[in-house]
Design a protein around this ligand. Structure first.
Ligand code: SF4
Length: 522
């Protein structure tokens, strides 16, 4: 028998891959056997009942999209509808999305856009569609779709067999890239679609009247000659016929799958989030917009099938980097968050006996106290980790607090075998820490594996980067050449410098962070 690994070896052990069973393929076979004879509304009703909240509908809001959207809305108007705004669409499509959603009563239309960092890197002049349309479609459509689909087991598409040779054998239910794909209109022909459009009195896309019969991005869509194939106007004059979201992905281009260790952490965090949601009726999640809380939002979207079901609060001192505010506004909209911005009181209102930087940091504790009292919250979800700082290492997953936020670290409940104490007295609340067992490396490896967006300030520019994001008056960047997430992972594997070395308030007095935390800091 080989000797067990020493702790130091475990720390540096590489993340190993494992044999992956394609669960989606097995599930597709099973669903196909039971529901493959259905189509349209009947198929959607069966699957929404079997897998509530687990399937999203992906729609371009194009020429024929209204039929499938109307069927889905008839079964469940709250079905998640994913719309990819490539930045190259016709203005008419955006207007039509809003008009049609209102007409059908759809309540959960989620718009996803390309990553602005990738856009700046790959397509600054905006002409990639002409020079390399596959690369253009990849970052404008394929990558945002992967991000959008992360919380879901499968997606509904509007593809039909009659549309092209490559779609002639389209099954009603299939799997691709680890997700189910459901094609309720696979067997429908153009006449049936037109008749259904008329029967339901659906509003038409305004460009159809001008001869656009299949509508995608403006530079890649032409009018169709009378009698010609509807998709002949897409990428006219090029060999390209598909944007890529329906093509089998080349494995090397897909995000690396999370390791077994990361999936165990993910499962545990999802379990904690669901426990908190089930047991605490007045719940909110803090979102600092840093790497940890972005993972937390990502996990919450997975835990609740795409929609975070409680308010997400940013405690704002007005002192964050401008890129933090840009990221917050963009992804709050994209992820459909119920974002609340809690303005923190000025530093003059904070305990003057605290050292200066700790006093500035304590503005957030004061903002949080106000929020908890005003909203009568009995649960606050926070993305802290044990390995960040020794005071946080003493924490519990469900950590009871007074409504002042006071933390009695000498009187904490035991947490054996994932049994958590979520009961609270009237004058108490619970801090819930779903990431407590994660390490900084776990966070970055998971961010990489899942393709989670991050604030660009984490990536080195001019020889420095932020390792821990905080307000500009109390946080400093560190020297680094890590300009990508792979570089950050390599850097962390080699460094012995503490993560919060750039947080000035941690170091100005021996007990300043402990004082902050025992008085309610996160
Ligand atoms: S359809 Fe054209 S513009 Fe749109 S993402 Fe693809 S190549 Fe780019």
């Amino acid at each position: 028998m080989s000797a067990p690994l020493a702790l130091a070896e475990l720390d540096s052990a590489p993340v190993t891959s494992e044999i992956v069973v394609d669960d989606a393929a097995l599930r597709a076979d099973d669903l196909m056997a039971r529901y493959g004879h259905l189509d349209g509304v009947e198929l959607l009703r069966a699957l929404f009942t079997e897998m509530p909240g687990q399937i999203a509908l992906v729609s371009s809001f194009g020429a024929e999209s209204a039929v499938l959207l109307a069927m889905a809305a008839e079964v469940d108007p709250a079905v998640p509808v994913i719309f990819l705004d490539t930045g190259k669409l016709f203005g008419e499509t955006i207007t039509y999305r809003d008009k049609l959603s209102k007409f059908l009563g759809l309540t959960n239309v989620q718009t996803f856009k390309p990553d602005p960092v990738a856009e700046a890197e790959l397509d600054k002049p905006g002409t990639l569609w002409r020079d390399n349309p596959d690369a253009c479609c990849h970052f404008r459509k394929v990558e945002p779709l992967d991000r959008a689909m992360a919380p879901f087991a499968g997606w509904i598409t509007g593809r039909k067999r009659f549309q092209s040779k490559s779609r002639a054998a389209l099954p009603v239910i299939e799997s691709e890239g680890g997700k189910l794909k459901i094609n309720p209109l696979a067997s429908w022909d153009a006449k049936q679609i037109a008749a259904e459009f008329k029967r339901r009195e659906l509003p038409a896309h305004p460009l159809v009247a001008d001869g656009f019969l299949s509508i995608g991005c403006m530079p890649c869509t032409d009018k169709v000659a009378p009698g010609a194939d509807a998709r002949s106007g897409r990428w006219a004059g090029m060999e390209k016929t598909e944007c890529g979201i329906h093509l089998s992905r080349i494995p090397a281009k897909r995000p690396q799958r999370a390791s077994k260790h990361l999936r165990e952490l993910e499962n545990q965090s999802i379990y904690i989030l669901r426990e908190a949601f089930a047991r605490l009726p007045k719940l909110a999640m803090l979102w600092s917009v840093g790497k940890d809380s972005n993972v937390l939002i990502w996990l919450a979207r997975k835990a609740f099938y795409g929609r975070v079901p409680f308010p997400v609060v940013e405690l704002d001192t007005g002192m964050e980097l401008s890129s933090v505010y840009e990221f917050r506004d963009r992804y709050a909209a994209e992820w459909g968050l119920d974002l609340r911005i809690e303005n923190c009181p000025p530093v003059e209102d904070i305990d003057p006996s605290l050292p200066p930087f700790a006093r500035a940091a304590a503005r957030k504790s004061a903002g949080l106290q106000t929020l908890i009292r005003r909203e009568k919250l009995n649960g606050v979800i926070v993305g802290i980790r044990r390995d960040e700082q020794s005071t946080r290492a003493k924490e519990r997953v469900f950590s009871p607090r007074s409504n002042q936020g006071d933390w009695n670290f000498e009187q904490q409940p035991a947490e054996f075998w994932d049994h958590y104490k979520a009961r609270v007295a009237e004058d108490e609340h619970v801090r819930i820490h779903p990431l407590l067992g994660w390490t900084e490396l776990d966070i970055w490896r998971y961010t990489k594996a899942e393709g989670i967006p991050v604030v660009p300030a984490y990536l080195a520019q001019d020889g420095v980067r932020y390792r821990s994001l905080g307000e500009t008056n109390i946080t400093q960047p560190m020297e680094s050449q890590a300009a990508s997430i792979d570089d950050i992972i390599a850097e962390l594997e080699a460094t012995r410098a503490p993560e919060r070395a750039g947080r000035i308030m941690d170091h100005e007095a021996e007990d300043s962070f402990e004082r902050l935390r025992s008085n309610g800091y996160m």
